[in-house]
Design a protein around this ligand. Structure first.
Ligand code: NAD
Ligand code: LMR
Length: 338
């Protein structure tokens, strides 16, 4: 019998089944939190990505079932499951890209910052593992509050002596996906033809869509701009309320995360012109972290683009965004340095 899945710690069949496939080039990707609401559809979509040769699924629960299930997909990637902290190091060793959707999601009435107390510790532990086992991997942080968890990851890597700011990226792609969708709806366009830069961070007013820079060029009324900015900033809350206690965005997030991870892998492969918005270490503003368009390449973030011309509405939004972001960044840094 042949199968392309193996649970860590299993023997016999599994050992024979994890042979590398026919020398096909590809990247090794780990998903941490792979059994969760985001993790499962993200694992499914990553298994479909031809750039992925090995897919490691790590969680503290339920990875045997998810791994067995995903492994039956007739695509190239070899899938291996890892369960619990004692298997974290094996899950991470040799990885080129690590995607982190581990942590608790919001319920109605909560802010992303309300997740800090639980998720900060989870991200810290996982990043300590990355520093030890795959310090050169590109890291995509999805766990909220992203505005703080990325600074936490940076501090953990600094402490371990492995920090490379080019390789640490907070995933804000869902804000871009939403912005493209909502703007296309207003303009009567196909969302696939719309490109909206979203800068700042990933929470409330820190999510700053630059509607004056929409492609294709368009002219939105002040009312449309106000409506779209608010809808994009509150897109996460819209889903949290609709799910009414059952969590936050998972499916659209998995879609956004796999698009973003694919862009990171294309960059690693050496493709030219791979540009995405991401929350990274940055000098675009006076803040140490900020989301803008970045160029992805063989080393991760190869270039960070400036904000471009902002109108008055966007300049006011930027000031509000920076105030909240500064506090969230400081909170993350303090969590590790305290
Ligand atoms: P979920 O509760 O459905 O899944 C989270 C998974 O993480 C669970 O399977 C859980 O077992 C696992 N987990 C918990 N502690 C862990 C640990 N120490 N190591 C490994 N895995 C661990 O939640 P979800 O809906 O998948 O959301 C996950 C996170 O992503 C939340 O923090 C949420 O706010 C965030 N999120 C971010 C964005 C974004 O745009 N960046 C979008 C949506 C959700
Ligand atoms: C989102 O934007 O959907 C996520 O950050 C989850 C949330 O809590 O809103």
């Amino acid at each position: 019998p042949s199968s392309n899945s193996q649970m860590e710690g299993s023997s016999g069949l599994g050992m024979a089944n994890c042979r590398a496939k026919g020398g096909s080039p590809g990247f090794k990707v780990a998903i941490l939190g792979a059994a969760g609401g985001i993790g499962q559809p993200l694992a499914l979509l990553m298994k479909m990505n031809p750039l992925v040769s090995v897919l490691h699924l790590y969680d503290v629960v339920n990875t045997p079932g998810v791994t067995a299930d995903i492994s039956h997909m007739d695509t190239g990637a070899v899938v291996r499951g890892f369960l619990g902290p004692q298997q974290l190091e094996n899950a991470l060793t040799g990885m080129d890209l690590v995607v982190i959707p581990a942590g608790v999601p919001r319920k109605p009435g909560m802010t992303r910052d309300d997740l800090f107390n639980i998720n900060a510790g989870i991200v810290k532990t996982l990043c300590e593992g990355i520093a030890k086992c795959c310090p050169k991997a590109i890291v995509n942080v999805i766990s909220n509050p992203v505005n703080s968890t990325v600074p936490i990851a940076a501090e953990v890597f600094k402490r371990a002596g492995t920090y490379d700011p080019k390789r640490l990226l907070g995933v804000t792609k869902l804000d871009v996906v939403r912005a493209n969708t909502f703007v296309a709806e207003v303009l009567g366009l196909d969302p696939r033809e719309v490109d909206v830069p979203v800068v700042g961070g990933h929470a409330g007013v820190t999510i700053l869509p630059l509607l004056s820079q929409v492609k294709p060029p368009c002219s939105l009324s002040p009312e449309e701009t106000e409506y779209l900015t608010s809808r994009i900033q509150n897109g996460g809350t819209e889903v949290v309320e609709a799910k009414a206690g059952a969590g936050s965005a998972t499916l659209s997030m998995a879609y956004a995360a796999v698009k973003f991870a694919d862009a990171c892998l294309r960059g690693l492969r050496g493709d030219a012109g791979v540009v995405e918005c991401a929350y990274v270490s940055s000098q675009v503003t006076e803040l140490p972290f900020f989301a803008t368009k970045v160029l992805l390449g063989r080393n991760g973030v190869e270039e960070i683009y400036s904000l471009g011309p902002l109108n008055e509405y966007e300049r006011a939004g930027l000031n509000k965004a920076k105030e909240e972001l500064a506090a969230s960044i400081q909170k993350g840094v303090t969590f590790i340095r305290k």
